[in-house]
Ligand binder design. Structure first.
Ligand code: MG
Ligand code: NI
Length: 474
């Protein structure tokens, strides 16, 4: 747990939500401000493409594995190589381990206190210790499931946090038989935990109808990678956009040409950019990424248990997209199950132990894009290099960034529904925080740690005057 925490020195400022009232006293808009720029794109200039996976893994203490894999993929493009099949399988295995550990952290550690203890519970008990007192088995399950995902990363990469294991052209070392068996031995327990958590969510869902309706329920586009046959994909494939009706808006988009269909808007009040779907313009081109988007975009998982769960997930939406951001939690639990089933398939594949894991090559392209599905959504690394492989320019679109417009829309919806008069109640503060948390934003990629984010909410009148403010966790 400890090594995933962001050092305090990297935390500056705090999460800030401003709620703007109109002349009529009603909520006009709300803004989720991201108030610190990290400047990582500039910081990488002058390093080599081979250094980038390990270097960019240090962008973020929460999702180093995601940056590592995405950077290695950008490096593959610059070497212009097709990596050996076993290397791709091993990278997939690590990404699945990352999905399991990250989703487990989000659900069990960060969100289960809200879900199980309630939005109006005292913040002193509405935490992971409160959950342990309420349901000890669930709390222990969360720790074990997360440890399973971390162990996969550790078996492959050697260390949990910054494994410089994926490299341009493949991976540094193969998986041993012993390593494979270590993972296999713990898989049945992980499966049991994932199924129990999903059953718990489906059982409790009826208690959360008001939150499901108002924590960011609105039509939008959804974007994710999908496999060539339309199946759920987390590592390769092409980009698909679907709308709120679950109609395919655009498909088979080349991820390396993302700038043709993704624009990056800037607002003066936030350092985090606002990506949008270019053909629809800004801000109408709002789209969501991550677990909810991946489930809305794909046709199927292609695994037994996850596909059964996907059918249940879709049943209530009657073939349309699930548009309630609250159900990011639901989608996350289904993805854990799918990831475990896919881990099982990979471990059963004899090729997973092959020693042929790296293609050697020099610089063959001066520009390369890496893209994959990080737990929180689609991640882009785009590098420009000189003839010797020295980085000239970098553009990153972090997963959390894609959801920026939707997160802002979500806090406005929550404020409009739960604000009474001019008072920022504890219940409103909790729900605003919970609404943001549904997206599981990694503010570390752009600002600071989620989950431990000190949050300030300010209520502003029609002339911008402060009417009330409330702060927690500073
Ligand atoms: Mg950028
Ligand atoms: Ni991150």
């Amino acid at each position: 747990m400890r090594q995933y925490r962001i050092p305090v020195t990297r935390i500056e400022g705090h999460g800030l939500i401003t709620v703007h009232l109109g002349e009529d006293g009603r909520v006009r808009e709300a803004r989720f401000h991201v108030t610190e720029a990290r400047g990582f794109e500039r910081f990488c200039v002058g390093r080599t493409v081979w250094e980038m996976p390990a270097l960019t893994a240090r962008i973020c203490g929460i999702c180093p594995v995601s940056h590592l894999l995405c950077s290695a993929k950008a490096g593959d493009a610059i070497l212009a190589v097709k990596i050996p099949r076993p290397a791709e399988k091993l990278r997939r295995l690590m990404n699945l381990g990352q999905i399991v550990q990250s989703h487990a952290l989000s659900f069990f550690h960060l969100s289960s206190p809200d879900l199980l203890l309630g939005w109006d519970a005292d913040p002193k008990v509405r935490n992971v210790f409160g959950v342990a007192a309420f349901d000890r088995k669930l709390a222990l399950d969360g720790i074990r499931l997360r440890a399973f995902g971390q162990e996969i990363i550790e078996v492959l990469g050697g260390k949990r946090v910054h494994p410089a294991w994926a490299v341009p052209g493949g991976v540094n070392h193969p998986l041993t038989e012993e390593g494979r068996d270590r993972i296999s031995a713990k898989l049945p327990e992980a499966m049991r935990i994932a199924q129990d958590a999903l059953a718990l969510y489906e059982e409790k869902m009826g208690d959360w109808t008001e939150e499901i309706e108002h924590f960011g329920k609105f039509p939008s586009l959804f974007m994710s990678l999908v496999a060539p046959d339309g199946s759920w994909e987390h590592y390769a494939g092409h980009i698909r956009f679907v709308d709120a009706e679950r109609r395919v808006v655009q498909d088979e988009l080349d991820p390396s040409r993302y700038r043709e269909y993704i624009g990056e808007a800037v607002e003066t009040w936030s350092y985090l950019k606002f990506p949008y779907y270019k053909p629809y313009g800004y801000p109408e081109g709002m789209y969501r990424v991550g677990p909810l988007a991946r489930l809305n975009c794909c046709e199927r998982f292609g695994t037994t248990l996850a596909d059964e769960a996907l059918r249940r997930f879709r049943a209530a939406a009657q073939g349309k997209a699930v548009t309630a951001s609250f159900h990011y939690h639901y989608a996350r639990l289904i993805e854990i199950l799918a990831a475990l089933e896919k881990i099982q398939e990979l471990l059963a594949d004899p090729e997973i132990l092959s020693p042929r894991v790296r293609a050697e090559a020099g610089i063959n392209e001066l520009e390369g894009v890496g893209v994959h599905e990080a737990p929180r959504g689609t991640l882009f690394h785009h590098y420009w290099v000189d003839e010797t492989g020295v980085i000239q320019r970098v553009n990153l679109i972090v997963s959390t960034g894609h959801n920026n417009l939707a997160m802002n829309r979500t806090v406005a919806q929550i404020a409009a529904h739960w604000l009474r008069g001019r008072e920022i109640t504890e219940g409103l503060l909790n729900r605003l925080e919970g609404g943001i948390r549904a997206y599981d934003p990694c503010l570390s990629c752009s600002v600071h740690a989620a989950g431990e984010m000190p949050l300030k909410v300010v209520l502003l009148g029609p002339d911008g005057e402060t009417l009330a403010e409330r702060m927690r966790g500073a």
